[in-house]
Design a protein around this ligand. Structure first.
Ligand code: SF4
Ligand code: SF4
Length: 450
């Protein structure tokens, strides 16, 4: 297994410590757009698009509900979301074992927002070569105007991102109404400002430094990686020696144009070999393929290749580790689907009152008290009834009707015994019904023992 070398980021495209990324085009850039475009749209659509007056996704802390595409889930169903996250992690491991950091290059929010901010930079301040040339010159005139415009657009993009993120927890209409009426609480305001600042900083100012220095995924990538993992690699056997070699008869296919370095968002030179800063975005492949087309050489001087492929050794993609992660991914995905289908729209919790020792009523019968909590995912659920399934002689006293407030209720339920032959401990069940929906919860009735 190869160790990924730790090295200082090349400064070929960095001027004054800043990397000026040149935009390129090609099949991997198209693939990145096909993947990241819908993800970006989904991020906004989940909050801004409404279904029956509700956003597509809302985590409502006040009523302890999650609404997903019009389907309400109780807080207890958060395990389904946890399962979804586990399935997502398995997918990440599966992709990492197969193709390295493709998640980082094609789908990670940090990359998606960074590319968005790079586009805004190119739109306002011009192409990378111009920006590099002008770096260090006095900031005045048109250049100053363009710089200010860039930062304004970055802040606007960061603010829209932060508003949308907040909209996952507070309905976006409510948020706007709070803003318009100057009724926004300090916590929400502080959250919005922090999120805006973080987005502006991460995607605008520090970008690749997050991928290189802060992201833990870069650190454990070495563990996921083996000699058959296809990552972006330079074929030195074909490319070297580069142009500039005195003996032109032995020159390789690399014309030393430096384009692969100029398009790299982390500012590295992939010709130096495998580096942990590489996020497998494929930009250098596209840039180099275009050069190969122009020079009449076959494409693929830089390509997704494994160490074994580079060494002309057999390199199976399907291997036990990849298949293992694939199997775990399948199982967790099926468990999430099952959990989603099996969830109940009624939630019942029963707690035996441990503070009150089994007590006697005025007829001398022994009684137990229970705290019963009922929650409905569907706020309009009608006709709820509570009953007990247990031995003969147990009967309820002081019961209150099941009236829900904001989809939930909590009541004290007392059971007394008129059966002289009842054992010290009896198994009982609380049952809540609403139409066809029924849930039950097990508990015990104790005589004299608490
Ligand atoms: S070396 Fe190539 S694949 Fe790696 S980050 Fe740079 S441009 Fe992307
Ligand atoms: S883009 Fe290709 S040809 Fe140009 S320097 Fe990089 S590897 Fe060499």
């Amino acid at each position: 297994m190869q160790q990924i070398p730790v090295r200082t980021v090349s400064t070929t495209t960095a001027v004054g410590g800043k990397i000026h990324v040149r935009l390129t085009s090609g099949r991997f850039q198209n693939l990145r757009r096909i993947i990241s475009g819908p993800l970006l749209l989904l991020y906004f659509a989940l909050v801004w698009v409404q279904y029956e007056g509700q956003p597509w996704l809302l985590f409502d802390f006040a009523s302890r509900r999650v609404t997903l595409f019009g389907t309400a889930m109780a807080w207890q169903d958060l395990s389904i979301l946890a399962g979804l996250m586990i399935a997502g992690t398995c997918l990440l491991f599966f992709a990492a074992v197969g193709w390295g950091r493709v998640w980082c290059g094609f789908a990670c929010p940090q990359s998606i927002w960074s590319w968005l901010f790079i586009r805004i930079e190119t739109l306002t301040e011009g192409r990378a070569a111009l920006r590099r040339r002008e770096e260090g010159k006095p900031l005045q005139g048109q250049r100053l105007v363009r710089r200010v415009l860039k930062h304004l657009l970055w802040v606007l993009a960061a603010l829209i991102t932060a508003l949308t993120f907040t909209g996952y927890f507070i309905p976006i209409r409510e948020l706007f109404s709070q803003m318009a009426n100057l009724e926004m609480g300090l916590t929400t305001l502080g959250w919005l400002i922090t999120m805006t600042a973080l987005t502006y900083l991460n995607a605008g100012l520090v970008r690749e430094k997050i991928c290189v220095h802060a992201c833990p995924y870069a650190r454990f990538q070495g563990v996921m990686f083996d000699d058959n993992t296809r990552t972006v690699s330079y074929d030195a056997a074909r490319g070297e020696p580069r142009r500039g070699q005195a003996d032109t008869s032995v020159r390789g296919d690399c014309v030393d144009c430096d384009l692969c370095v100029q398009v790299c968002p982390t500012g590295i030179d992939i010709r130096d070999g495998l580096q942990y800063e590489c996020i497998d975005c494929g930009a250098c492949i596209d840039a180099c393929d275009a050069v190969m087309d122009k020079t009449g050489k076959p494409r693929g001087l830089i390509a997704f290749r494994s160490e074994n492929q580079l060494a002309k050794q057999p390199s199976p993609l399907l291997r036990p580790r990849l298949l293992g992660y694939g199997a775990v991914l399948m199982i967790t995905s099926l468990a999430v689907i099952y959990g989603f289908q099996d969830r109940s729209s009624l939630v019942l919790e029963v707690l035996r009152d441990r503070n009150t020792i089994t007590w006697s009523n005025n007829r001398g019968e022994l009684c137990n008290s229970y705290l019963v909590k009922v929650e409905t995912v569907d706020r309009d659920m009608q006709g709820l009834s509570l009953s007990i399934d247990g031995p003969q002689g147990l009967y309820p006293v002081n019961t209150q009707p099941l009236t829900l407030s904001n989809g939930s209720t909590e009541l004290t339920y007392a059971l007394c015994n008129r059966n002289p032959d009842l054992p010290v401990r009896s198994e009982i069940s609380f049952i809540v019904k609403a139409g066809e929906t029924k849930v039950s919860k097990h508990s015990v009735f104790l005589l004299g023992v608490n």
